[in-house]
Design a protein around this ligand. Structure first.
Ligand code: ACO
Length: 427
């Protein structure tokens, strides 16, 4: 492979170094483009822009490959626990037994949230969307744990533990209040996922029995969501963090980015769409037609299409199988699962979707599992956020350790050129 790229602009030639990643993806290094040529690049939506070098997650959208730190997503989903994967993403290697036990114990001991945070929470309307509440409360954590603000090294590790430990606790508050039920405190005797389930579903009036089928299903879902390289929310976390904003503010910004329906918010949209199709008589073909005419109908098939995957989303494959397994193990017959399968089948054989390489993404079947586990629709994106947290943390940490410069894109200005100011009385 040539190690320079030649560019001719205004009759002059310039050369730029090329580089290749460990999995052979290639790039032109244009860091000096503007200095040398006076030009910048225009790449709306960053479809061709590598914003960083990263050693965390590799994905190949053409072949449908996803790996965390070199481990195949299929292996991790089948064999690892969510906290092992969190450790792998954040610290680069699978933990030894001692490292795991230390990491897990620290998280277990930090699940309690400052009681004054509850006063902020109590100020939110009961009907507030849990994602807005989550983003606000994570941002508020920077005020409660400000003793460590801007700290590096060991203290960063403490922030990391606090975030991993407290996010599930805060997440359950919104659900409890929406039900008119008292909030549950975490229990140090419980593992990470059982603790979350207990805070979500146990009531003072009766014991909650933790079902291992539910724990296993959530473990897989959280692992599948744990990182996805430079997606919208992760890029947001890195961009905010590049100004040296603290980790809580950076993660809070990532939660806000995730909430959007074109990103993590799609899991809520999918189930609402499937419900609409069911209520409308289950006519899948009608909705496929509407999606094909997206330009006039404004309707997209949520859970379909991906910026990077142009073959299939490997996470969707695992989730589809998990949806079948979980529903059958729990003895649930959910008609929207059949509608989802019908929709997938119809779309995969339709030239509109085939030619645009639109396949089901991670969000297409995840909502069906969440629903089977008793998690309400408006909490789906919160579940995604709990899963994505280790990835955001790992990317924030890497960005800091690589001492990346502040993120600051350029633009092509298209507004008015210099004009004379006319005072108010003359306008
Ligand atoms: N339904 C119908 N048509 C679609 C869909 C869809 N879900 N997705 C893309 N298209 C069409 C577009 O209209 C466009 O058609 P055209 O070439 O005739 O103009 C073409 O496919 C390319 O689509 P873009 O929007 O340009 O692709 P982009 O890479 O920018 O968008 C995205 C990717 C945002 C995921 C898009 O596919 C989408 O909106 N999907 C639905 C929302 C969704 O499921 N988001 C979750 C993604 S996974 C995640 O973030 C966790």
């Amino acid at each position: 492979m040539a190690n320079t790229a030649e560019l001719t602009v205004d009759g002059k030639s310039y050369s730029f170094p090329t580089l290749e990643g460990t999995e052979h993806e290639k790039a032109f290094d244009i860091s000096n483009l503007r200095d040398q040529t006076g030009y910048v690049t225009l790449d709306r939506g960053y479809k061709n822009t590598g914003a960083t070098k990263s050693a965390i997650t590799f994905l190949d959208g053409e072949q449908g490959i996803l790996q965390y730190r070199g481990y195949a997503i299929e292996d991790l989903a089948a064999k690892a626990s969510f906290l092992e994967v969190a450790y792998l993403l954040i610290y680069g290697e699978l933990p030894t037994k001692d490292q795991y036990s230390q990491f897990e114990t620290s998280i277990r001991r930090h699940t309690l949230v400052n009681e004054d945070m509850r006063k902020i929470f109590d100020g939110f309307p009961v009907k507030a969307h849990p994602m807005g509440v989550l983003a606000s409360l994570v941002s508020a954590m920077s005020a409660f744990y400000s003793d460590l603000e801007g700290a590096e090294g060991d203290k960063t590790d403490l922030h990391i533990i606090r975030l991993l430990a407290k996010l599930p606790t805060i997440a359950t508050w919104s659900y409890k209040r929406s039900q008119g039920h008292p909030i549950n405190y975490p229990k140090n005797s419980l593992d990470y996922i059982p603790n979350f389930l207990n805070m979500m579903f146990s009531l003072p009036v009766e014991d909650y029995k933790i079902d291992p089928v539910v724990v296993e299903a959530l473990n897989v879902l959280l692992i599948l969501h744990a990182d996805h390289e430079q997606n919208c929310s992760t890029s947001t976390v890195r961009l905010v963090g590049s100004s040296q904003a603290n980790i809580y503010s950076s993660i809070s910004a990532g939660i806000s980015a995730l909430w959007g329906p074109l990103h993590g918010g799609a899991n809520q949209e999918v189930i609402e769409m499937l419900e609409d199709i069911k209520a409308d008589g289950g006519d899948v073909a009608k909705y496929v037609d509407m999606a094909k005419n997206a330009k006039t109908t404004g309707f997209r098939l949520f859970g379909f299409g991906h910026r990077v995957y142009k073959n299939f989303d490997p996470r969707a494959k695992i989730i589809k199988k998990a949806a079948d397994d979980v529903l059958s193990k729990l003895g649930i017959n959910d008609p929207v699962l059949e509608i989802a399968k019908g929709l997938e089948e119809a779309a995969l054989h339709d030239d509109y979707f085939v030619s645009r390489k639109l396949y089901p993404n991670v969000d297409f079947y995840s909502g069906i599992i969440y629903r089977a586990l008793g998690i309400p629709t408006n909490m789906f994106t919160v579940m995604f956020a709990i899963g994505r947290l280790p990835g955001w943390i790992a990317q924030w940490k890497e960005m800091r350790e690589q001492k990346e410069p502040i993120g600051r894109p350029r633009q092509i200005y298209t507004g008015p050129t210099l004009r004379e100011f006319v005072s108010l009385e003359n306008r």
